[in-house]
Design a protein around this ligand. Structure first.
Ligand SMILES: Nc1ncnc2c1ncn2[C@@H]1O[C@H](COP(=O)(O)OP(=O)(O)OP(=O)(O)O)[C@@H](O)[C@H]1O
Ligand SMILES: NC(=O)c1ccc[n+]([C@@H]2O[C@H](COP(=O)(O)O)[C@@H](O)[C@H]2O)c1
Length: 173
């Protein structure tokens, strides 16, 4: 069985990696969609789709999980109703969808089985917290797979976010 796991992954963290491992213990293959692909360079969506694909690829490769995962970006759709059709156009076929996002659940539940993932320390492992820690200069290294940390450092992602904070405001503020 092949299951879809969509997310913005801004950035991909240890909770996401735990969901991937949890899913691959239960299902044969995963389709990992990097959503909101047109978004980047804002405090809510600091990283480009290409950067997110690369950081996720690096994390999966380190865990030798990449062969069981299809990974690609997808832009937003014009309506929530259209979203699942747009996913089907570009994705290998899948049988069910893993998500804890109410918007995604509403968009797909008439057509696909919804699998709500086990929660992996959501208080600690959530991208909103990690983005705010990056901005404050806190130590966020242990909240993401090491290849993600190394990648964000290498592309000067922290400096980018601090620059963005001079002109942009995160919606969660
Ligand atoms: N720690 C976690 N344990 C289990 N599922 C998670 C965890 N963090 C995120 N998810 C799930 O991963 C999917 C993609 O989530 P997303 O990329 O929005 O991460 P997030 O940490 O919730 O980000 P943000 O804080 O930016 O909304 C969603 O279905 C979400 O419910
Ligand atoms: N109208 C739409 O384009 C639509 C609908 C449902 C989900 N999505 C996308 O699916 C992804 C879900 O990820 P998150 O769980 O990280 O929010 C997001 O990129 C979201 O924008 C988009």
């Amino acid at each position: 069985m092949r299951v879809l796991f969509p997310g913005r992954f801004q950035p991909f963290h240890l909770g996401h990696l735990s969901v991937v491992k949890w899913a691959l213990e239960r299902f044969d293959e995963l389709v990992l969609i990097v959503g909101s692909a047109q978004e980047s360079h804002t405090l809510y969506n600091p990283f480009t789709a290409g950067e997110r694909v690369e950081m996720i690829y690096n994390a999966l490769e380190e865990e030798s999980l990449y062969k069981k995962v299809f990974l690609f970006p997808l832009m937003e759709s014009i309506s929530n109703k259209n979203w699942i059709h747009d996913v089907e156009l570009v994705s290998p076929k899948f049988d069910a969808v893993i998500t804890g996002n109410p918007l995604v659940i509403t968009s797909i539940r008439d057509k696909y089985e919804v699998i709500v993932p086990k929660q992996f320390n959501r208080e600690k492992y959530n991208s909103t917290l990690i983005r705010s820690m990056i901005l404050k200069g806190d130590n966020w290294k242990d909240l993401v797979p090491y290849p993600v940390y190394e990648f964000i450092k290498r592309i000067h992602g922290e400096e980018r976010m601090v620059d963005l904070s001079k002109t942009d405001k995160a919606p969660e503020d």
